[in-house]
Design a protein around this ligand. Structure first.
Ligand SMILES: [Zn+2]
Length: 407
C-alpha cells in the first residue's frame, strides 16, 4: 500500500492518479507564487524581501536568528486570531527565544497531517500512549492525541514523567508508544517485557542504532517522525517500509542544500533541510534554514511512493564541536556508537575543554560492558574517561546534547 502521506498529497493537491514528481513540482511552484505574495503583503519581515515572480532558488533564505530577533515581524494575522504561541530556545544563545505562532487553521492542518502519518502504525481500537510533551491545549502531545481519535483509536498523554519507573507504568498496555528516541530506548532496555505493537520516535534525532535496538528488543516496527515546530510540528514520517521519511509535500516545499555553496545536494549526499511553507497562515516562512542535516533518498519506496523522501535527520549544523586535534564530535555520533551496545541503556557525555580535551562518559548499563573496547571504537584521539552511573533520560527530559565545561 502506498504511503498514506503520498495518498494524502494526491488528495490535497487534487492531482489524484496524475501525481508524480513532475506534476507535484509544477503544482508546488504554482502555489508558491501565492504563498510568496501572502508573506510579502502580510508580514513586516518579508515586505521588501520577496519577489513573487522569481523562482524559489532566487528568493533569500530565512535564518532561525531572524525569527529569534523579531518574531512579530513574521506574524501575518492579527494577534487576536493567534490560537497558539510556542516558545523555543534558539541554538547558540541562551537569552534569545523563538516565538512561533499558529492560527486555528494551522493547528487543524497539523492534526490532519498527524492523522495521516499515524494511520501507518495505528488501527481502530488501539491504545496509543504518548510519553512526550504535555496535556496543555494544542501542545504537540494534545494535537497528536486529537489526531489519533479520528482513527478510532484511543490516546493518552501522560503528565510530565520524571523517572523511568513512571515511564514503565505509563507504557503498560499500550499498543503504540510515542516518545523521544533516547528515552524510549532506555525504557525498552529497562522493560523488555512490554509488548507494544508499534513505536513512533519523535521530537529528537533517532539514530539508526536506537531504532534497531528498540526493534530487536520489542520485536515491533519502529517508525520515526521528523517535525519542526516552525512548520506546525508535522513534517516527515516513514511508512511501513522504513525506507526514508515521506515529506508533507502538499503544504511545504523541501530543499536539501549544501550549507557551504547553498546549491542543491546530489541525491544521497548530506545537506541542510530548507523549508518553504505553502499554507502557514500565522507565520509563513520562505527558505527557512533548519540547520538539520539529511540526505534526499532516490528511487521509489517499497510502498510504491515516488515523491520526496529524506533519509532521516543525521545531525545538526550547530551541534558539531571541533576538537583541538581537528576531529569533530557531536552527540549523534556518540549515540550511534554507544547505543549499538545492547548492554547500554543510557549515557551522559560531558566535554571538559582546555589546552586539550577530556570526554567524560557516564554509562548506564544493564550488563557488563568492555570499556576498553568501547573507548577504542570511539577513536576520538582525546582522553576519554568512563564511569558507571545513572543516566535516566526521563530525569532530564531534553533533546540529546554534550554538556561542555571549561577546565
Ligand atoms: Zn513508503
Amino acid at each position: 500500500m502506498v504511503s498514506p502521506v503520498e495518498k494524502w498529497v494526491a488528495e490535497q493537491t487534487g492531482l489524484g492518479a496524475q501525481l508524480n514528481p513532475q506534476t507535484l513540482s509544477e503544482w508546488q511552484h504554482h502555489r508558491l507564487k501565492d504563498a510568496l505574495q501572502y508573506a510579502r503583503q502580510n508580514t513586516v519581515f518579508y515586505a521588501n524581501r520577496l519577489e513573487p515572480n522569481k523562482p524559489l532558488n532566487e528568493q533569500p533564505f530565512t535564518l532561525p536568528a531572524d525569527l529569534a530577533h523579531s518574531p512579530l515581524a513574521f506574524l501575518a494575522i492579527p494577534q487576536t486570531e493567534v490560537a497558539r504561541v510556542t516558545t523555543l530556545a534558539h541554538s547558540g544563545t541562551t537569552s534569545l527565544r523563538k516565538r512561533i505562532f499558529f492560527s486555528e487553521g494551522d493547528l487543524k492542518r497539523t492534526r490532519a497531517f498527524f492523522t495521516v502519518g499515524m494511520s501507518s502504525m495505528v488501527s481502530s481500537g488501539d491504545r496509543v500512549h504518548i510519553l512526550i510533551s504535555n496535556r496543555t491545549e494544542n501542545s504537540l502531545g494534545s494535537l497528536l492525541h486529537d489526531s489519533i481519535l479520528s482513527l478510532g483509536a484511543t490516546a493518552r498523554v501522560f503528565p510530565t514523567i520524571r523517572s523511568v519507573g513512571e515511564a514503565v507504568e505509563a507504557a503498560q498496555w499500550a499498543h503504540c508508544i510515542v516518545g523521544m528516541p533516547a528515552e524510549i530506548l532506555y525504557l525498552c532496555r529497562t522493560a523488555p517485557h512490554l509488548h507494544p505493537h508499534s513505536v513512533l520516535l519523535a521530537a529528537d534525532i533517532a539514530p539508526p542504532s536506537v531504532v534497531k535496538g528498540i526493534r530487536s528488543t520489542w520485536q515491533c516496527p519502529v517508525y520515526t517522525h521528523h517535525g519542526h515546530t516552525e512548520f506546525g510540528y508535522g513534517f516527515a514520517v516513514d511508512c511501513q517500509h522504513h525506507n526514508g521519511l515521506h515529506t508533507r509535500d502538499a503544504e511545504v516545499i523541501v530543499e536539501v542544500i549544501d550549507p557551504i555553496t547553498n546549491l542543491p545536494t546530489e541525491p544521497n549526499e548530506l545537506g541542510e533541510i530548507v523549508v518553504t511553507t505553502l499554507t502557514n497562515e500565522a507565520m509563513p516562512l520562505v527558505r527557512y534554514r533548519t540547520g538539520n542535516l539529511t540526505r534526499p533518498v532516490v528511487g521509489p519506496c517499497g510502498c510504491g511512493g515516488t515523491l520526496h523522501r529524506l533519509s532521516g535527520v543525521e545531525g545538526r549544523l550547530w551541534s558539531n564541536i571541533t576538537l583541538s586535534n581537528g576531529k569533530t564530535l557531536n552527540i549523534f555520533q556518540l549515540d550511534e556508537a554507544i547505543f549499538s551496545h545492547s548492554a547500554i541503556r543510557g549515557f551522559n557525555a560531558t566535554l571538559i575543554r582546555g589546552k586539550s580535551e577530556t570526554l567524560r562518559l557516564t554509562i548506564d548499563a544493564i550488563q557488563p560492558v568492555d570499556l576498553a573496547q568501547l573507548k577504542a571504537e570511539l577513536s576520538l584521539g582525546i582522553d576519554v574517561t568512563i564511569e558507571p552511573g545513572n543516566a535516566d533520560p526521563f530525569r532530564r527530559r531534553e533533546k540529546r546534547r554534550i554538556t561542555e565545561h571549561l577546565r
